[in-house]
Design a protein around this ligand. Structure first.
Ligand SMILES: [Zn+2]
Length: 204
């Protein structure tokens, strides 16, 4: 049976949103205007202290990022999301922490600058998550691959308007997405400004 769009949530640039998904739901994330990084977080609805872990995922699949058909794993090494579709150029990151205010201060910002850490905490708090740990995210559409000498480089953002990825929820979970706020500091990061992403929960 094909799935239908159960819920659509627009994530404006420089912000974050959270949605609930049930086991078996598909979650589609679309880069509306292109060149936009999305920081993905997922937490078990039953126990917010179990959440998607970038490090456990790397250690389980023995690579830096899952391929389509493979899973992301939780802090308890259980599958939490499966990567089921990718219409983008397939460039993603699972090494970088979310951007935060101290980062922007080191880049010369003297006023407040929106950031993925604060946006994650705000979006998760709005749906009642009390867990204050900010997990390492899955950074979809982020082009920061390692070189052979181990250094990380920042390449141009490759996604076009409408590029998307799809995940399947492997447990009832809270899916949190931030439209990365970085607009300075790296080569063409986010095309120089943070732009919207769209979350669609597909059910049926
Ligand atoms: Zn960010």
């Amino acid at each position: 049976m094909s799935k239908i769009i159960f819920e659509t949530v627009e994530v404006p640039g420089y912000s974050g949103r959270a949605v609930f998904a049930k086991k078996g739901d598909h979650i589609r994330v679309t880069d509306v205007e292109g060149k936009q990084i999305g920081d993905v977080f997922a937490l078990s609805t039953a126990d917010h202290s179990e959440f998607l872990s970038a490090s456990v995922t790397r250690a389980t699949i023995w690579k830096l990022f899952p391929e389509v058909g493979e899973c992301f794993y939780s802090t308890l090494r259980r599958p939490i999301l499966t990567f089921v579709e990718d219409s983008s150029p397939g460039v993603h990151d699972m090494l970088f922490a979310p951007c935060d205010l101290p980062l922007f201060q080191t880049l010369g910002c003297t006023d407040y600058h929106p950031n993925c850490r604060d946006n994650y905490l705000k979006a998760s708090a709005e749906i009642g998550i009390q867990h204050r740990v900010v997990p390492d995210p899955v950074n979809i559409f982020e082009n920061t691959p390692p070189r052979s000498d181990g250094k990380l480089i920042a390449g141009p953002m490759p996604t076009k308007p409408g590029d998307h990825v799809v995940f399947r929820a492997e447990m009832d979970l809270v899916f949190v997405l931030t439209a990365c706020s970085c607009d300075i500091g790296m080569n063409d990061i986010n095309g120089g400004k943070s732009t919207p992403l769209r979350i669609e929960v597909l059910r049926g």
